[in-house]
Design a binder for this molecule. Structure first.
Ligand code: HSE
Length: 300
């Protein structure tokens, strides 16, 4: 038996929704291949695209640890399989790299077992993968990687996750500069307190972004893509952040911010053509500072 599963990159936070908003893009994404073997237990036979950085032992790699937990939960620890992981995006890029791997892993093993669990039931296992990979159990990458589209994590305890429709023509530009930001570090530098003034601004934008998406009101989406809490602190981790953001807005983006914990930056646009033009402007601005940025344009 053989299963091949793909899980996409995701943009977490989406400006104002730290830890509560995320959406999936079409590509890039990670791929997990599973092959049944006669002996029980999970073994990693190969990992490509990680430059040898991820652990090869099944009990140390987040992807296989979550598979092992799932098998244990289902009383199927007798199952034997070989795992190949293809990393198609850089680690620490802010594109939900660890989430894509964990989601592809739990999805693949669930398929191999004949789908005993729904996608919603797989979510807690994928979240556990995030805890192992970067020390925090946020769901704004694994949620959209598993469910697709734009996802809201209304509550973590209990977990309450739902999808929000978006305008059909809405496109995302994702630009990944060739620098690395560790998610743990990018969370560590955040302040624990928020002023009432900033909380009010952020709540207004959260409400505005969701309403704008649902009503297909691009003006409202644009006005709401503002983050007064996280972005001002994290922007210092990304060289040329302000210049790249300005270039995106000047070339017609609805809004632009940090993708997840960064250093990738994303912009939303009202059409693919706009998103492509925005990508070019962002890439050129990074290039002026000697930074190479890889651009992905995708529907949502
Ligand atoms: N919400 C998380 C953060 C996403 O911003 O730290 C990490 O990809």
């Amino acid at each position: 038996e053989y299963i091949k599963a793909f899980a996409p990159a995701t943009v977490a936070n989406v400006a104002c929704g730290f830890d509560i908003f995320g959406f999936a893009v079409d590509e890039p994404g990670d791929v997990v291949e599973l092959r049944r073997r006669d002996e029980p237990g999970i073994v990693i036979t190969d990992i490509t695209g990680d430059g040898g950085r991820l652990p090869r032992q099944a009990d140390r790699n987040a992807v296989t640890v979550v598979m092992l937990r799932l098998l244990e939960k289902l009383g199927r620890s007798d199952l034997g399989c070989e795992v190949v992981l293809h990393k198609n995006m850089p680690l620490g890029s802010g594109m939900g790299s660890s989430a894509a791997s964990a989601v592809a892993g739990v999805f693949a093993i669930n398929e191999l077992l004949g789908q005993p669990l729904s996608r919603e039931e797989l979510l807690p296992f994928a979240i556990e993968g995030e805890r192992i990979a970067c020390g925090s159990a946020h769901a704004d990458n694994v949620g959209p990687a598993l469910l697709g589209g734009f996802v809201v994590i209304r509550s973590y305890q209990p977990l309450d996750v739902f999808r929000v429709p978006v305008p059909a023509s809405l496109h995302c530009t994702l630009v990944s500069p060739d620098i690395e930001v560790n998610t743990k570090d990018a969370r560590y530098i955040l302040r624990n307190e928020v002023s009432l003034k900033n909380a009010i601004s952020q709540m207004g934008n959260v409400a505005g972004l969701i309403t704008g998406l649902m009503k297909e009101d691009f003006g409202l989406i644009s006005r709401s893509m503002v983050d007064v809490i996280i972005e001002p602190v994290r922007a210092i981790l990304i060289p040329e952040f302000n210049e790249v953001k300005q270039a995106a807005l000047e070339s017609g983006a609805l809004g632009c911010s940090i993708s997840g914990a960064g250093p990738s930056m994303f912009a939303l646009s009202r059409s693919r053509a706009d998103a492509e033009r925005v990508g070019q402007a962002m890439q050129e601005t990074f290039a002026q500072a000697g930074i190479t940025g890889v651009v992905h344009v995708s529907g949502i």
